[in-house]
Ligand binder design. Structure first.
Ligand code: COD
Length: 302
C-alpha cells in the first residue's frame, strides 16, 4: 500500500483499538487542544499529567472541553514527566507526548536507565511529509534526535524507520541515503556510509527495504533528474524514506519543506518501548494532531 495523504492515517486506525496517550506537563495550549481533538474524534484516550489548575485555566482560555478527561495532578514539571514516562513503562499508557517541557528534559527522562523507555535499540526521529510536488508520502530521518549518526547508528535509524513504514502498509520501503553527490567520495563520509548501507542491504544485512545511495536530493525524488545524470537505481524518483547525513541537514530540509513547500508533517520518536510525540512550538495544530494519529498507528497493538 502507498499513502498519499496524511489524512489516510485515520483509515489505518479505523479498526484498531483506541490507544491511551499520556501528555507530560499537559499545561500547554497547543498540545492540549490537539490531544483533546484526537480524543473527541475517537482515536485516543487521553491522560493529562501536570498542574491541574493550570491545565484547567488553559482549557478555559482555549475553549477546550476537558470534562471527563483523566488528570493526574503534579505541579513540578520534572516529576510530571517522570510520572508520564513511568505510566508508559508500566503499560498504563501506549503513547507518550511532550507538553510544556523542553525536548531534552523529556528525552533524558525517556533514556533514564532505571525507569525510562529504553529497549536496547537506538531511539530515532521520523517525520512523514505530505508534499504537493511528490506522488506519495515521504519520510525523513533523523531530523531531531541523533546529532551526527555513525554507520551503526544509521543502520538502527533505517531499521526503526522501515519498521514504522511497514506498520503503515509500505511493505518494501525504498530508502535513499542522501549525500551532496551521487558518486562515492573518500572525502565525504556521508557517501561512504551510503555505499556501505546499500551493499549491506544487497547482502541482506539490512532487511525489509531497498536501499540506494549515495543519492543527491534531486536524484532521490526525481527520476528525470536521475536519468539526466545516467544513474541506474530502483529507488531514484520513488523514494519512501530519505536518510539524512546529520541533524543539521535534516532540520533544514524539514523546515524548508514546511515553510517553502507548505508541506504537512507528522512526526514521532521510534525505538523506545512506545512511540513518543515530540512536536515543537513552531509546529501547527494540524501537525500535532497528525503526529498523534501517526503514533497511534505505529503503537503496539495487543
Ligand atoms: N537512543 C538510545 N540511547 C541514547 C540515545 C539514542 N538516540 N542518545 C543517547 N542515548 C543514551 C546514551 O547511550 C547514554 O547512555 C545516555 O543516553 C546519555 O547519552 P548522552 O550523554 O550522549 O546524551 P544526552 O543525555 O546528553 O542527550 C541525549 C539527547 C537525545 C538529549 C541528545 O542527543 C540531544 O540533545 N539530541 C538533539 C535533541 C534536539 O535538541 N533536537 C532539536 C530539534 S527538535
Amino acid at each position: 500500500m502507498v499513502l498519499r495523504y496524511l489524512s489516510e492515517l485515520k483509515d489505518l486506525l479505523a479498526d484498531k483499538p483506541v490507544r491511551r496517550l499520556v501528555l507530560a506537563a499537559a499545561q500547554d495550549l497547543n498540545s492540549l487542544s490537539s490531544v483533546i481533538k484526537a480524543a473527541r474524534d475517537g482515536f485516543i484516550e487521553p491522560i493529562l499529567v501536570g498542574d491541574k489548575e493550570a491545565i484547567q485555566n488553559i482549557a478555559n482560555t482555549g475553549n477546550i472541553d476537558i470534562s471527563g478527561v483523566r488528570m493526574i495532578h503534579e505541579p513540578d514539571t520534572e516529576l510530571a514527566v517522570g510520572i508520564a514516562v513511568k505510566m508508559v513503562r508500566s503499560n498504563q499508557a501506549d503513547i507518550l507526548m511532550k507538553g510544556k517541557v523542553g525536548t531534552s528534559s523529556l528525552l533524558k527522562a525517556v533514556l533514564n536507565k532505571e525507569w525510562g523507555l529504553r529497549t536496547g535499540s537506538l531511539l530515532s526521529h521520523i517525520a512523514i511529509f505530505e508534499v504537493e510536488a511528490y506522488h506519495k508520502l515521504i519520510a525523513v530521518t533523523d531530523v531531531a534526535m541523533n546529532i551526527a549518526p555513525n554507520l551503526q547508528d544509521k543502520i538502527s535509524i533505517v531499521n526503526n524507520s522501515v519498521s514504522c513504514l511497514n506498520k503503515l502498509g509500505v511493505e518494501m520501503p525504498k530508502v535513499a541515503v542522501l549525500g551532496a553527490v551521487e558518486m562515492v567520495s573518500e572525502n565525504m563520509q556521508a557517501t561512504l556510509d551510503a555505499a556501505l548501507l546499500s551493499k549491506m542491504n544487497q547482502r541482506d544485512q539490512i532487511k525489509h527495504c531497498l536501499i540506494d545511495g549515495p543519492l543527491a536530493f534531486d536524484n532521490a525524488i526525481s527520476l528525470e533528474s536521475a536519468n539526466h545524470k545516467g544513474i541506474r537505481s530502483d529507488v531514484a524518483g520513488d523514494t519512501d524514506l530519505l536518510l539524512m547525513p546529520d541533524i543539521e541537514v535534516g532540520n533544514v530540509l524539514y523546515k524548508s519543506l514546511v515553510f517553502f513547500a507548505h508541506a504537512k508533517v507528522a512526526a514521532v520518536i521510534l525505538g523506545a518501548s512506545a512511540p513518543i510525540v515530540l512536536t515543537s512550538r513552531s509546529d501547527s495544530d494540524q501537525a500535532k494532531y497528525d503526529s498523534i494519529l501517526l503514533a497511534a498507528a505505529v503503537s503496539k497493538q495487543e
